[in-house]
Write a protein that binds this ligand. Structure first.
Ligand SMILES: C[S@@+](CC[C@H](N)C(=O)[O-])C[C@H]1O[C@@H](n2cnc3c(N)ncnc32)[C@H](O)[C@@H]1O
Length: 192
């Protein structure tokens, strides 16, 4: 059965998110962790020639995700703020449209930093406040209602600020959908 989320997202996927998923995920390599996998929208885009394994996690595993995974696949119920992995474990961490909903965002970024190898990478897509002042004001205005409807997804989180305050630097970024979404790559800052 198709999930409500996938139906809701289908127009946005067609308009550009799918293309960005493909673009970031072709860079995934080595031991890979995906955080907040949802219904598994990223799964078709991993290049198995480059990755040695993918572990998918979510604070609440959906049956849609479980149905898409092999029986012996690495799939764990875990919050981004408390990951069941050792330090310096992963070459690549992926999160798409997740940090808007993570309740303790700084703890989440610190946790990603802990499990990421020093020369590893984070590949992400997140939504952010657009640059246009009228749109920004509109996003801030509708945010309380949106948070109620979406169960705690905030439209106002400054993801890049959270990442850079927690030991990452932006190696690549592209904004799209009137600058309200951002896709890119983070690496650890040196000596952090
Ligand atoms: C909007 S969905 C995005 C799903 C998928 N990543 C995608 O790109 O379609 C947000 C997902 O983040 C998960 N999530 C929310 N808070 C989380 C947390 N603290 N740790 C891990 N996942 C979380 C939710 O359960 C949900 O599956």
């Amino acid at each position: 059965m198709v999930s409500f989320y996938d139906v809701f997202m289908a127009p946005l996927e067609r308009l550009g998110i799918r293309k960005r998923r493909q673009y970031i995920l072709e860079k995934a390599y080595g031991e890979t962790l995906e955080v907040g996998s949802g219904t598994g929208a990223n799964l078709p885009y991993y290049n198995n020639d480059n990755i040695s394994s993918v572990c998918v996690t979510d604070v609440k595993l959906s049956k849609h995700l479980k149905n898409k995974m092999d029986k012996d696949a690495c799939i764990k119920e875990a919050s981004a703020t408390k990951l069941p992995y050792s330090d310096n474990h992963f070459d690549t961490i992926v999160h798409t449209l997740v940090f808007c909903s993570v309740d303790h965002k700084h703890i989440g970024m610190q946790e990603l930093k802990r499990v990421l190898k020093d020369d590893g990478q984070i590949l992400f897509i997140e939504h952010v406040l657009p640059k246009n002042p009228i749109l920004r004001a509109l996003f801030k205005l509708i945010n309380p209602v949106w948070m109620l409807l979406s169960r705690d997804c905030t439209l106002t989180h400054d993801f890049i600020k959270t990442a850079t305050e927690n030991g990452f630097e932006v190696a690549e970024k592209n904004r799209f959908f009137l600058t309200s979404f951002i896709a890119g790559k983070l690496v650890k800052k040196a000596n952090n």
